[in-house]
Ligand binder design. Sequence first.
Ligand SMILES: *Cc1c(COP(=O)(O)O)cnc(C)c1O
Length: 393
Amino acid sequence: MIPIARPLVGDAEAEAAARVVRSGWLTQGPEVAAFEAEFAALVGAAHACAVSSCTTALHLALRAAGVGPGDEVVTVSHSFIATASSVRYCGAVPVFVDIDPATYNIDPALVEAAITPKTKAILCVHQIGMPCDLPALVAVARKHGLRLVEDAACAIGSEIRIDGRWEPIGRPHGDIACFSFHPRKVITTGDGGMLTTNDAEYDRLFRLWRQHGMSVPDTVRHGSRSVIFESYPVLGYNYRMTDVQAAVGREQLKRLPDIIARRRALAHHYRERLAGIPGVSPPVEPEWARSNWQSYAVRLDDGLEQRGVMQALLDRDIATRRGIMCAHLEPAYGQEPWRAGSSLAESERAQGTVVLLPLYAQMSEEEQDQVIDALAAVVADARTGGGAGARKG
Ligand SMILES: *Cc1c(COP(=O)(O)O)cnc(C)c1O
C-alpha cells in the first residue's frame, strides 16, 4: 500500500524526546525557547512563538489583529476548515472569496470588492504549500488599513521572490504568519503550531494568551530568588506547546533542507511523467514561487470522475485524497455566520476535480512510478469505457 503521506521521524526525534523526559522540565522550558529561536532565524522573523497547533495560532493571530464579535475577515472557503473556524472563534464572520483556478490560492483581484466597513483583516492561505500572491495582498491590506494574517500551516520551506530575492514564507510578509506541525505537514511535532511576526507587541500578547493570560511566565518564576505572585490581567487560553514536542521540532528543522530538496525532486518527476497522461493536469507554480509540495494536486479534466479515479487507484493499493475542501459546503457552515464575497464557483470546481497524489520524502522512484503507471492505466480505462466508475456520464 502506498500511503498519501508519511512523516519523516526517527531515532534523532526519539532521543530528543527522551532527553526532555529525563530532564524533568516538560513544558514551557528551554526546548520551547530554543525551537522558537531556531524557527525565527530560519524564516527571518524577529519573533516566533510556539503554540499547541496552527488552529490555536490562527485564533491568537486574529485576536491580536483586533478581530472581535461582529467584525469581518476576508478569506477563502477553499481551505482546511480550521482557516474559517478560527474567524468564528473570534465571534467574527468569514467573508469567502474565490480562488485562482491555476494555483488554488485566494484571487487577490476579488479581495477589494469584499471589503466593508466591518472588515478587520485579510486571512490568506498558502494552500498545500504554494505561496499566494503576497505583494498584491499586502497592497490591498495597506490601502484599506487592514491586517494581513498568513495561514502558512503547510508552507514551511516554501519561498517567494520579492524584489528579486527569494524569501522564506514566514518572515512574515503580512503582519503574522501561522504554521502547523501536524504529521500531515512537511515537518511535525505530533501536534503543534508557530506564530511569526516582526511586531514585539503582538509577540508579547501571544505569550500572554497562550499561557492563561498569566503575567509572569514559568521561566521567570522558576529562575527567581524572590517570591513572585503572578496575576491574570486578561482572559487567556491553554495553547502551550510542550518541551517534548519542541525537542522533536528542533530535530525536524535539521532535516528540513533535505526534506524540501527531496519533495521538489519528486514533484519534478511527477510533472515530467504526467505530461504523458491525457486528462490529468499537473499543478501550476508561478515563476515567483517555490512550493515545498506539501501535497501534489492534479486536476482531472471533465470526463473523469473524481471518486471513481480515486477508488480505482485505491483498488491498486494507492491512497489519494480529494482536493482541498470548501468550508461553506459543510453542515457546520450550513447556516450563518459566513458570507460570500464573490462567486465561489472555482472553489467548488476545485473540490470536485482535484486529486492529491502520494508524496513523502522517503518515497522511492519505484513507488512513484507505480503511482503514475496506475494513474495512467485508470485514466486509459476510463477513456475507453472499461473503467466505468472513473468515467463521467
Ligand atoms: C492543517 C491546516 C490547518 C490546521 O493545522 P493544525 O495544526 O492541525 O491546527 C490550518 N490551515 C490549513 C490551511 C491547514 O492545512
